[in-house]
Design a protein. Sequence first.
Length: 243
Amino acid sequence: MKYFNSILLTCGLFACTKTETIAPKPEPGNRIESFRIVNVQGDPLEAAISDKENTITVYLPFYKQLSILEPAITLPAGASISPASGTLVENVFEALRTERKTTYTVTGADGSKREYKLQLMVLQPDLVLKEVTTPDDIKVFSINMKEQYSSFSVNIQGSGFLENNDLMRVVPVDADGKELPPFMLGITNLGDITRITIHCEKYQEPFSPLVQALPATGLYRLRVYCYGRVKTLQFPIRINKMQ
């Protein structure tokens, strides 16, 4: 009988225990709920959104070679965003090359604001370059400004290049680390992703930005931008600009 009463007492104690439900903290109204890139074949590209770092990270598959992004953005009720959803992110290659970031400003229904930075990350194989010259044998290339037409070309071999020249740049880098304007890219080797050919030519005025920027002579390392990758050759070439 005592055992039975003990069970009843225990059950009574548990039956009288009150469970308190704590409501979850509401999400801020000035946040981005989702960010998708929709101008792709198949499923949209889902961005990773960090409310702690206030970043939007989009991982771009290398093989898609996107040059323009169209985002579809979802917000809480009553919120707005600038630039608006659907506003194109143009010239993706230049954004990658210069590390330019787009800023999105979200305004909640209560008027509070938050800024997000768009970060673009390319899932891309490594860019491998074969040296054009050596410390003991620096190759010399010349432009003769006295001639009506003068030019030189350089072949760079390696792997990880693209067939699309619009998504590549090659620039000379001087001894101080300053980049000069880019070379022209050759089109004779389109389809061959094991080499690229760069050109510098003087023909008629106005001369190309590179020809105008070159001093009389100098040593330059070649820096290759290939979509989301960048690599600089270790050993320089010499360029002579003969007046």
